[in-house]
Design a binder for this molecule. Structure first.
Ligand SMILES: Nc1nc2c(c(=O)[nH]1)N[C@H]1C(S)=C(S)[C@@H](COP(=O)(O)OP(=O)(O)OC[C@H]3O[C@@H](n4cnc5c(=O)[nH]c(N)nc54)[C@H](O)[C@@H]3O)O[C@H]1N2
Ligand SMILES: Nc1nc2c(c(=O)[nH]1)N[C@H]1C(S)=C(S)[C@@H](COP(=O)(O)OP(=O)(O)OC[C@H]3O[C@@H](n4cnc5c(=O)[nH]c(N)nc54)[C@H](O)[C@@H]3O)O[C@H]1N2
Ligand SMILES: [Mo]
Length: 674
């Protein structure tokens, strides 16, 4: 029997799935043609979902560590023993150190609302420290907000009507396949697509032009484009007057951003900037598909804010297909997250730890973290400063619980390891961060082995801790109904029938939203925003606090999703070994040959890669595609060991593309020296 489901992973689309269930097992997965946003198209990774679900490597029982931390040796225990051990340890830690000595760490392993957020209720009740969840694109959200307020950006579908689309800092082939397919179709009708990137990523094969920029300099590129648009009188003056604020002040600042000056900063030739600006200005409906790549810098929010203002300059929002896609998807909230997170359970304000600074937090002496509870996150592979992080996880006095589906590098450090369910074994509500959809999907099969969902695990731990609130007595299904029966005002407006919907398992998506209704206080797009520290957008170079000569970019891989799908040997094989892309010129001066082993290093660590010598990037940039596990690494570290714990300018976000390194041929002697 085919049942409706939604992909639980961290892509913008939250694809509609159909899963074929027989005798309590999922045998097949395909795209759901009736899904209003993704219409049956899913990635290769998800087509093989059953092989992950029934992987021989899947964790099926609770376990207790018997080896060294990190060694990965465990023995089976029961859930009762696990819960009693965890509650016992926590009670001791809380009485000796206080409840803030317990830190939960969660991010984007599962994106559905109940499973992702229910741990907050549990840890609020406990009074534990709180993790600030900014590992991804909060700088992008902030930059956009400073210009557009709560105005929704374009839905991906709308880009179909754009005659010129700039795919900006995005590997759409990996992360936004539906948009890429639309652009390929549009190209046949004469539409153009330009990719603005730090390297010719796999999307480059499907576009008309690739513009390569130096990492972190897109703000300068966009300002120089604006300089040309103003000089050539290609701005939409009536739109600027009617729908924007502060443009006259901003216009004056554009004089200094000449294409010549921008060439020196961005590495993009002045003629190309001129042409790009003119093409953009001439287009009937210029669209931008903005990825998150260029927001992951110490100037990331400002970069996004500047790019966000480009469409306003030419009045693109007025035109069908014109504007910017890839930021906020609805003006209001579709569900009331507080019903799941329960901030009211907390008695005093939480101590906070930014997820990007987890490594530092685990090694601090004052106010130490004594217990770490990890779920839906694999920090050993995805968080910054891997070397320091692994050291933290090694601490004998850190009581670590990991709730996982596989024996990940993080799970190897657990004292207690709990087995987690997969999405078809869970009931939940699904939104998407790339389109305004809302869906409810019921579990299609019973959990494998003794696996439990996040929800059921927290209910069990609540019992062991003696938390008696009604909240912890509910089932996932009751929780989902509770959320949908208390719709937010905005949900009611968009989907009047949402409250009666829960049985269907169908996905709801509203008809087109009005992009001319600007959701700022003044109802106008803000070229100048008086409430920000930086009132007038300007180019701010990233601080050159590191002395190494090469910019290191960490890009996504088509074959994995962050550290997800590393259980799949077929996908790992297609992805290949851990390489670093290096420009021919940079390789030559360092005597590095293609395929050779190299060391890539900075103040934090030295990571061994295989050199991929190429002309697909600018000299001075190196790119590491994909997240690898330590077993797939060459010297026990991966690219995240080279990532500093800096935060972005606004939004406290990751700066994982904002790192400097040097490289040299690998040899045993030099590894020891480093
Ligand atoms: N297959 C696959 N799908 C994924 C993921 C994955 O790892 N694999 N990750 C998922 C997650 S967690 C997210 S957040 C989304 C992200 O999806 P998007 O928001 O669409 O962004 P990405 O495709 O990650 O964009 C990263 C790109 O930015 C480029 N870049 C880096 N720095 C700069 C810069 O300064 N300027 C410019 N112009 N480009 C720059 C990188 O080279 C890279 O190609 O994708 C999700 N989907
Ligand atoms: N080098 C590098 N680092 C990156 C990135 C990159 O492109 N390159 N991308 C960054 C970005 S954008 C993001 S969003 C982060 C994501 O980083 P993470 O949040 O760590 O995401 P995943 O790697 O998907 O790992 C999540 C873990 O959750 C587990 N999991 C899945 N479902 C469930 C569930 O229902 N319950 C429980 N308990 N566990 C579950 C999975 O098995 C997986 O091991 O990584 C960031 N780090
Ligand atoms: Mo992400």
């Amino acid at each position: 029997m085919w049942k409706k489901a939604i992909c639980p992973y961290d892509c913008p689309a939250s694809c509609g799935l159909l899963v074929r269930e027989e005798n309590g097992k999922i045998l097949e997965v395909k795209g759901d043609k009736d899904h209003p946003a993704t219409r049956g198209v899913i990635c290769e990774k998800m087509k093989g979902y059953p092989s992950s679900l029934y992987s021989p490597d899947r964790l099926l029982f609770p376990m207790k560590r018997i080896g060294r931390k990190g060694e990965g040796k465990f023995t089976r225990i029961s859930w009762e023993e696990a819960a009693a051990e965890i509650a016992g340890q926590w009670k001791n830690i809380i009485s000796e150190w206080g409840s803030q000595a317990v830190l939960p760490a969660v991010y984007s392993g599962v994106m559905s609302d109940i499973q992702r957020n229910c741990g907050h209720a549990f840890f609020n009740r406990m009074g534990a420290s709180e993790i600030v969840m900014t590992l991804c694109s909060t700088a992008k959200g902030e930059g956009y907000r400073q210009a557009m307020g709560n105005t929704p950006s374009l839905e991906p579908d709308e880009l179909r009507d754009s005659d010129l689309c700039l795919i900006w800092g995005c590997n759409a082939k990996a992360t936004r396949i539906h948009s890429l397919i639309d652009r390929i179709k549009k190209r046949k009708e004469g539409g153009r697509t330009v990719l603005i990137e730090t390297y010719k990523n796999p999307t480059a094969d499907y576009v008309d032009q690739v513009v390569l920029v130096r990492p972190g300099t897109d703000g300068m590129l966009a300002l120089a484009m604006m300089h040309v648009l103003v000089r050539e009188h290609m701005t939409d003056e009536p739109f600027l007057k009617e729908k924007t604020e502060g443009f006259e002040i901003f216009r004056k600042t554009l004089k200094e951003y000449t294409p010549k000056r921008a060439e020196a900063v961005t590495g993009v030739k002045a003629e190309i900037i001129e042409q790009l600006a003119k093409d953009y200005g001439k287009a009937k409906a210029p669209g931008i598909l903005l990825g998150s790549g260029n927001s992951r810098y110490r100037n990331g929010a400002m970069t996004v804010r500047i790019i966000t203002l480009l469409p306003a300059l030419v009045g693109a929002w007025k035109k069908k297909g014109g504007g910017l896609c890839g930021c906020r998807v609805t003006k209001g909230s579709l569900i009331n997250l507080d019903l799941i997170r329960r901030p009211d359970f907390r008695r005093k304000p939480a101590e906070k730890v930014n997820i990007n600074q987890l490594a530092g937090a685990l090694s601090r002496r004052e106010n130490p973290i004594k217990s770490l509870y990890v779920y839906g996150l694999n920090p050993a592979n995805t968080v910054s400063d891997q070397k320091m992080l692994l050291k933290g996880l090694e601490r004998e006095d850190l009581f670590t619980v990991v709730h996982e589906r596989f024996l990940t590098d993080t799970a190897r450090y657990a004292d207690i390891l709990l087995p987690a369910t997969f999405s078809p074994e869970q009931t939940d509500i699904y939104r998407a961060y790339g389109c305004p959809t809302l869906a409810y999907a019921k579990k299609a099969v019973r959990p494998a082995g003794e696996c439990k969902s996040n929800w059921d695990t927290f209910c069990l731990l609540a019992e062991a801790m003696g938390f008696t609130e009604d909240y912890f007595q509910k089932s996932e299904e009751e929780m989902a109904k509770c959320i949908l029966s208390q719709p937010t005002a905005y949900l009611k407006q968009l989907f009047p029938k949402a409250a009666q919907h829960p049985e269907a398992g169908e996905c709801m998506k509203p008809e087109g939203q009005d992009h001319l209704q600007i959701e700022t206080e003044s109802g106008k797009i803000l070229f100048v925003n008086e409430s920000e520290t930086e009132k007038i957008p300007r180019y701010i170079p990233v601080e050159e606090t590191q002395t190494y000569p090469l910019h290191l970019v960490a890009a996504p891989s088509v074959y994995t999703l962050n550290s997800g799908f590393l259980d799949r040997k077929d996908l790992k094989k297609r992805r290949g070994a851990m390489t670093l892309k290096i420009h021919t010129r940079d390789a030559k001066v360092r005597n590095i040959r293609n395929g050779q082993r190299i060391f890539c290093f900075n103040d934090l660590a030295c990571v061994e890669f295989i050199a991929e010598v190429t002309e697909n990037l600018l000299p001075g940039t190196v790119v590491a595609e994909g997240v690898f596990d330590l077993a797939g690494s060459l010297n026990g570290y991966t690219v995240n060991a080279l990532h500093h714990q800096y935060l972005s300018d606004c939004g406290e976000a990751t700066t994982l593309n904002d790192n400097r390194v040097e490289i040299r041929p690998a040899d045993k002697r030099s590894l020891q020296e480093l």
